[in-house]
Each structure stands twice: as structure tokens, then as C-alpha cells.
Write a protein that binds this ligand. Structure first.
Ligand code: ADP
Ligand code: MG
Length: 237
């Protein structure tokens, strides 16, 4: 059985303007199995966010393919790709990206807003269950501005989980938090990976942050450098 959730094959990404071209990702190939926690570490500007956006169907690679459960996500049209993102992939960002006018509960319900009445009813009980599990039962009606950074990130994680995604993509999820809250969020992600078997890919510039969370790869100069301790393809180690 193939339990590969995502596979990237020979990904390149360049940004061009009239006078120059910046090659951010150079021939990147790797895959992630169901239930894995992959940490992609690398210095600021290394292309981590660019790679994560490409993995999540948010930004086309210049070359190469991204396969989600075997299907090439850039070979389908934008509407189908948006539906796939909505239903199968959850995103967690450094700056939370919550809507300021909505309450915590409304933010979590947002990805299901276009669903049928019956599905929205199910989403409401799921949202309440998630917010309770993440320790936010007493914050349901609070707007983001009335929540701490750690609480806002937990709301963002609940929102990312509302549609039962098969893959959670996290871009520096602790990057805007103090170290205590950062540790708590990382612990929460590890727990979600272990108890719910959610596949997670997390990028971070912090070398020490995610030691031991799972498999670690390093992105540097547009290339993936595999750690000596993990299963690396022979030609790239
Ligand atoms: N839309 C864009 N246009 C031009 N250059 C970009 C764009 N997005 C990112 N870059 C450049 O690509 C490089 C990698 O950016 P990014 O993926 O955000 O890095 P990281 O997340 O590792 O800090 C940076 O040099 C950045 O300036
Ligand atoms: Mg980034």
C-alpha cells in the first residue's frame, strides 16, 4: 500500500524581474508518508515559505511536480485545487491570519462557511470540540485582539483542523510567540501528530526548536540537505 501523502519531484522556483532572476528552490525532491512529522529547517530567506506554499497548492513551481495522494495538484484547475486545499490541507501561519472582526468560534467555522446547512451544523459541534480540546472553551466569543498570541495560534490550529485535513502545513508557527507559548504550541502539534495521526510539515528558522519532533531536513541555498541520521536518498546525502 502506498501511504505517501505528498511527494515533490524536481521542484524549482525562480522569481524574475526585467533585469534579474532569483533561483530560490533548485531541484527539490522528497516525499512524506502518512503520519509523519517533517521539520524543514533553514535560515531566513532560504525559501521555506515558498516551498510550503508550493506544497499547499498556493503557488506554482517554475518546474517540477507536486503529488498529493498520487494526484498532480498543478495539473488540475484552480477551482479543484482550491477545493483540495479547503478539504484536505490545513495551514498554520506565523502571524495567525485570523479575521479581526470575527470571534474565535467564527474564525474556526470560516473554512466551512460554504457548506450545506447540515454540514455546517456538524462543523459547529466539531469547532466546539476542537476549541475545548485546545483549552479555549472560555474564549469562544473573544475577538483575536482580546486573545494572547498563544491563544490566537491555538484558534488558528483549530481552524486548520476543522475540515479533518490529511496534511497540516505550518509556517514558523511559534515564530511570533515567546518561548513558553512556543513550546506549548510545538507540544500541541506533536500531540496532534501522535494521537490523531495527522501528517505535519513544519518549517522553522530555529535550529533547536523542533529537535526530536520528527524527521528533519535542512533547506539551504535552494537545496535540501538531509540530516545524516535520517533515511536520505543516496544521491542527496
Ligand atoms: N513574490 C516574490 N517575488 C520575488 N522574490 C520573492 C518573492 N517571494 C519570496 N521571494 C524571495 O525568495 C527568497 C525566499 O523567500 P521565503 O520563501 O519567504 O524564505 P523563508 O521563508 O525561508 O524566510 C527570499 O530571498 C525572498 O526575498
Ligand atoms: Mg518564511
Amino acid at each position: 500500500m502506498n501511504d505517501e501523502v505528498i511527494k515533490v519531484s524536481s521542484i524549482c522556483k525562480s522569481y524574475r524581474d526585467s533585469s534579474s532572476s532569483l533561483e530560490v528552490l533548485k531541484n527539490i525532491t522528497f516525499s512524506v508518508s502518512s503520519g509523519e512529522f517533517l521539520v524543514i529547517q533553514g535560515p531566513s530567506g532560504a525559501g521555506k515559505s515558498t516551498l510550503l506554499h508550493i506544497l499547499g497548492g498556493l503557488d506554482n513551481p517554475t518546474m517540477g511536480n507536486v503529488y498529493f495522494q498520487g494526484a498532480d495538484i498543478y495539473a488540475i484547475d484552480e477551482n479543484k485545487r482550491a477545493a483540495l486545499r479547503n478539504q484536505k490541507i490545513g495551514f498554520v501561519f506565523q502571524f495567525f491570519h485570523l479575521l479581526p472582526e470575527l470571534s474565535a468560534l467564527e474564525n474556526v467555522l470560516l473554512p466551512g462557511i460554504l457548506k450545506s446547512w447540515w454540514e455546517r451544523k456538524k462543523s459547529l459541534s466539531k469547532a466546539l470540540e476542537l476549541l475545548e480540546r485546545l483549552g479555549l472553551s472560555s474564549r469562544l466569543k473573544h475577538r483575536p485582539s482580546a486573545l494572547s498570541g498563544g491563544e490566537q495560534q491555538r484558534v488558528a490550529i483549530a481552524r486548520a483542523l476543522i475540515n479533518h485535513p490529511q496534511l497540516l502545513l505550518c509556517d514558523e508557527p511559534t515564530g511570533n510567540l515567546d518561548s513558553e507559548n512556543g513550546k506549548n504550541i510545538l507540544q500541541l502539534l506533536i500531540e496532534l501528530n501522535q494521537s490523531q495521526k495527522i501528517t505535519i510539515i513544519m518549517v522553522t528558522h530555529d535550529k533547536d526548536l523542533a529537535c526530536g519532533a520528527g524527521r528533519t531536513m535542512c533547506l539551504k541555498d535552494g537545496l535540501i540537505l538531509h540530516r545524516a541520521t535520517e533515511r536520505a536518498p543516496a544521491q542527496q546525502s
